[in-house]
Design a protein around this ligand. Structure first.
Ligand code: DOR
Length: 426
């Protein structure tokens, strides 16, 4: 059925439209945008001058299916995404078993269709079982519908394996996403290495671990003249390396997570296991640098690294807890509160980082823009509305967020995917 959205202030990456518009959604696409479209017999939603953005796109989430459905499933993850304003989410392959063959990709797509909520696109592994020994069949993975491959959760540790991966990926034309963390340098680390890890008596994970893989992959991409996307960049030095590489024309893109622009390592003093994440929370200098990187375009997009874990798994000593925090339901609020409100980015620039740019990076050409002919994926937001993050309000199966109790500004009111309302706030 067609859906008519009335009185929308459209905000795209290139700016906010003057005056309100009506948007007609038909057969999954934006059929018409005009100052006034007669209601006829369409289903009508009057958004009364609220801002309407292209549906958010997340290049990095962990839905734990198959293997840990007690933490998250495709369906519950999709619900959390819809509540967060996301209409497309790419889910990482570090499931059990690892998503490293076309049959598994098919199975994920089947679950996505059954959930019938948002677009979830599985990211396949780079190496079989994420074991660093043998490459997956990249051609087969692409044919099955993967837009990108990653061994996320860990780096591709062998430089020779990564070189081969880049060579094949270039031939197949599929994006590789690197989790930048040298396993030897990081071994045993549970938080950022530095003053605070020493003070707390915790084993540190040095920034150097991220830096050496960022530098290695930039050099490989440059040498092989191919593209690479660097996941969850957390350090000032990484931002500098990416900035330099871009200036030299290297085909590198990079993402930053909301927690890395909102929190510092100091929160670990609380011993909240929900603040344990990979890469670890860093220093204020790093937070300032990633914000600057977002502002000047060095960091292309914002990705959540939504990493659900059960309370049982997290409620152990900080050192023993698994790495990760959920992020889909707080990402937009953190973007507005930490970036737009603090004048790091304008709202259109936030739209660029959370929708247009990620869509472009993976080649989703019909997404990331509110315009006629584009997919009918939209999010209606109230950027002024304040809300408190509460554990009981999360629709994700897991509640592991260090932001519980925090007041955020910027609220998702409705999410529309493929022309269908998939989330409405109370
Ligand atoms: O904190 C993290 N958790 N970082 C990752 O890279 C993986 C993720 C997970 O799968 O739990």
């Amino acid at each position: 059925m067609s859906l008519l959205i009335k009185n929308a202030i459209i905000v795209n990456a290139d700016g906010e439209a003057k005056g309100s518009k009506d948007i007609l959604l038909e057969k999954g696409v934006i059929a018409r945008i005009a100052s006034s479209i007669p209601s006829e017999n369409f289903k009508v939603v009057d958004v009364e001058g609220k801002k309407v953005l292209p549906g958010l796109v997340d290049l990095h989430a962990h839905f734990r299916e198959p293997g840990r459905e007690d933490k998250e499933t495709i369906e519950t993850g999709s619900r959390a995404a819809a509540k967060g304003g996301f209409t497309t989410v790419m889910c990482m392959p570090n499931t059990s078993p690892v998503i490293d063959n076309a049959m598994m990709v098919d199975a994920i797509f089947q679950k996505v269709r059954r959930a019938g909520l948002i677009n979830v696109i599985p990211i396949g592994a780079i190496t079989k079982g994420q074991q660093d020994q043998e490459l997956v069949d990249m051609f087969e993975m692409k044919k099955a519908g993967c837009l990108a491959l990653s061994d996320d959760g860990k780096s591709v540790n062998s430089s020779q394996m990564m070189r081969l991966a880049f060579e094949y990926a270039k031939m197949v034309d599929i994006l590789l996403i690197e989790h930048c963390q040298d396993p030897d340098l990081s071994a045993g680390g549970v938080m950022n290495e530095g003053y605070h890890s020493t003070l707390l008596g915790m084993k540190g994970d040095p920034g150097l671990s991220e830096i050496v893989i960022v530098a290695r992959d930039i050099e490989l991409a440059k040498y092989l003249d191919t593209r690479v996307h660097l996941a969850h960049i957390s350090l000032k030095r990484s931002v500098e390396l990416i900035r330099q590489a871009k200036a030299q024309g290297v085909k590198v893109t990079a993402e930053v997570c909301p927690h890395h622009f909102s929190l510092t390592e100091e929160i670990v003093k609380s011993f909240d296991p929900n603040a344990k994440v990979n890469p670890p929370l860093r220093t204020q200098e790093d937070v300032d640098a990633v914000k600057k990187g977002l502002k000047d375009g060095t960091l292309d997009c914002i990705a959540t690294d939504h990493a659900p874990h059960t309370q049982e798994d997290k409620e152990v000593g900080f050192g023993d807890a698994p790495f990760g925090m959920i992020g889909l339901e707080t990402a937009f609020g953190l973007g507005v509160s930490e970036l737009v409100d603090k004048k790091v980015l304008s709202l259109p620039q936030l739209v660029e980082k959370m929708s247009a740019a990620p869509a472009k990076i993976v080649g989703l050409e019909a997404k990331g823009v509110v315009a006629e002919g584009f997919d009918a994926d939209l999010v209606v937001v109230d950027v002024e509305r304040e809300w408190e993050v509460k554990a009981e309000d999360f629709v994700s199966k897991s509640k592991n967020s260090p932001f519980i109790g925090k007041a955020l500004k910027g609220c998702v009111e409705k999410t529309i995917c493929g022309g269908k309302i998939v989330y409405e706030s109370k």
